[in-house]
Write a new protein. Structure first.
Length: 199
């Protein structure tokens, strides 16, 4: 009879250890599954990081069903716009046609650079489509820079008014250093057509 009692004691001890071990494994598994969610608030607080280093944005009123195009030229490469949407430095990520085929209420286009080549940048806006009678389209152009391990910082902003079909205006010409700093006294609006460079 003593042998049976010893066997029952060993079995109870084994079951107890197994239950404790399973509870511990379950707890560890829950902690591992929760870890990715613990950092989510921090990531959301950091906000969206731009996918490029120099960001060129163009916005125009959402109530105007007109097609305005953003054209950008970086040092050493050709212009990027709606019919040449990328090269080794720049990419046009959004070609907005106004209200046509648009899932959002916002009219905007955006181009990003990969890296920050030193030299002159040219940013133009082009009134592609026809305008309603006597309409003026106010276009806001913003240039921002995101240096390595730093927040995105706006460096330039202007308003360009478009009044006729096929109008192309230079919003900015400016120079950046390889570190992404604006070269002093380099900002101007001397006209430089970019669309004709591709023809």
């Amino acid at each position: 009879m003593d042998g049976i009692d010893d066997f029952e004691d060993d079995t109870a001890g084994t079951i107890f250890r197994d239950v404790i071990l399973l509870a511990l494994i379950g707890f560890v598994a829950m902690v591992i599954m929760l870890l990715p969610h613990l950092n989510r608030e921090k990531k959301e607080a950091e906000g969206h990081k731009a996918p490029g280093n120099v960001i060129f944005e163009m916005h125009w009123p959402s109530n105007l069903p007109v097609d305005v195009d953003l054209w950008v030229k970086a040092p050493g490469v050709g212009p990027v716009g709606f019919w040449n949407q990328g090269n080794r430095v720049l990419n046009l990520l959004r070609d907005d046609l106004g209200m046509e085929g648009d899932a959002t209420d916002e009219n905007f286009e955006v181009t990003y650079s990969r890296g920050i080549p030193a030299g002159e940048y040219v940013v133009n806006v082009h009134m592609y489509g026809p305008l309603p009678d006597n309409a003026t389209v106010p276009v806001t152009v913003v240039v921002s820079v995101r240096k390595r391990m730093q927040e995105t910082r706006q460096i330039l902003k202007t308003l360009v008014r478009l009044t006729y079909h096929n109008q192309e205006e230079t919003a900015f010409r400016f120079k950046l250093t390889g570190d992404g700093d604006l070269v002093p006294n380099s900002v101007n609006t001397l006209r430089r057509p970019l669309i004709t460079e591709l023809m």
